[in-house]
Design a protein around this ligand. Structure first.
Ligand SMILES: [Zn+2]
Length: 57
């Protein structure tokens, strides 16, 4: 049985920036954070493309 990601998961993949590694995603999250504050987004590995995205918010 082939795993089929849900439409919502695929849509979130297509609309997000993709990073090659957790380290890259994490460094972008830190760059986007306000100075002196923790990153508001967290990297997670995507089940659709196998790359890394940041949680939106
Ligand atoms: Zn993806």
């Amino acid at each position: 049985m082939v795993f089929q990601p849900s439409r919502a998961v695929r849509a979130s993949c297509e609309t997000k920036e993709r990073y090659a590694s957790e380290a890259e995603a994490r460094s972008i999250a830190l760059m986007n954070a306000a100075p002196g504050r923790a990153a508001a987004t967290k990297p997670y590995q995507c089940t659709v493309c196998g790359g890394w995205h940041l949680t939106s918010r």
